[in-house]
Design a protein around this ligand. Structure first.
Ligand code: RIB
Ligand code: NA
Length: 309
């Protein structure tokens, strides 16, 4: 009955406009395409893990509205357990306004809505699932207190934890570092959290060591086309994991694909070195950037080469 991967986190309806470039303040520009998709970092990560073939459950809150109803159906269609998906009439389902430019880069505004009403009461109800999971994953699109509480619950029960501090906040509670086995962030989040510039592998080494010192078991900094860097407390040397170049169509949610894949490997291949998991997760995320949208672009096990399994 236990789940491999439990995600405590966000659901957002993604309202995506593709345009030649991102607009400046006060400017109106013509885009060439609009679509609505299922997003939110937590749900994205959960869906990617599920598509790779593990048993997943999502702990989240959506609105008692059309978008919320649709979102629950989306989880079911992807085989994600929905007993811990709550609906509220006190707020709307979270929404993300996303602009994607011709280089595949994006700018996003999220209105978290119902996600912010996920709290301690729901975590208590989900405790049996959280405490028996192989891996628990959290981000920062729900209240930070809720994320920290979920990570603590998992950590106290010897469940492996992944924390993705996205979107990053400058006043992150230092306890977050102490309750995560793997702290996984991108270059801009690493910059905000450490105050160091993180533009290349060399600079990532400094930031990663600083984050590691704060008490997590391991740190992964993802660097987009430059791959990722992995730091472990038991090993003084960090490892740069390069990735193969791909042509980016839409990088939105690539980081979530990486985290979801990482959770899959941690749950399923407990003895695999973390840098090998990162290498494989990079390849999964690399597939996702070659198609539009977030979840719509996430590969299933069947879409990927056998060597990744
Ligand atoms: O990480 C990508 C996600 O960020 C999008 O799906 C959007 O919903 C925002 O939460
Ligand atoms: Na994509």
């Amino acid at each position: 009955k236990a789940f491999d991967v439990v995600v405590v986190g966000s659901c957002m309806t993604d309202l995506v406009s593709q345009a030649p470039r991102l607009p400046k303040a006060g400017e109106t520009i013509h885009g060439h395409k609009f679509f609505i998709g299922f997003g939110g970092k937590g749900a994205n990560q959960c869906i990617q893990a599920a598509r790779l073939g593990v048993k997943t459950a999502m702990v989240c809150k959506v609105g008692k509205d059309f978008f919320g109803d649709n979102y629950i159906q989306n989880f079911k269609d992807n085989g994600v357990h929905t007993d811990f998906v709550w609906q509220t009439s006190d707020a709307a389902t979270g929404a993300a306004s996303i602009t994607v430019n011709d280089a595949g880069e994006n700018a996003i505004v999220i209105v978290a809505g119902a996600n912010m009403l996920l709290g301690r009461a729901e975590l208590q109800e989900a405790l049996p699932a959280i405490s028996h999971a192989k891996v628990l994953v959290c981000q920062l699109e729900v209240s930070p207190q809720t994320s920290l509480e979920a990570l603590r619950m998992a950590h106290d029960n010897k469940v492996k934890t992944i924390f993705n501090p996205a979107p990053a906040i400058s006043d992150l509670d230092p306890d977050f570092y102490r309750v995560c086995d793997v702290f996984c962030c991108n270059e801009s989040e690493a910059e905000l959290l450490t105050g160091f510039s993180v533009a290349n592998v060399e600079e990532a080494l400094q930031a990663g060591q600083e984050l590691l010192k704060r008490g997590c078991g391991a740190v992964i900094i993802t660097l987009g086309p430059q791959g990722s860097v992995v730091f472990k407390t038991q090993e003084s040397a960090s490892k740069h994991v390069p990735t193969t170049a791909v042509t980016a169509v839409d990088t939105t949610g690539a980081g979530d694909s990486f985290i979801g894949a990482l959770a899959f490997y941690m749950a399923n291949y407990s003895t695999m070195p973390l840098e090998e998991m990162a290498r494989r997760a990079n390849q999964v995320a690399g597939v996702s950037v070659q198609a539009a949208g977030t979840q719509t672009s996430y590969p299933t096990k069947q879409d990927l080469p056998d060597e990744l399994f």
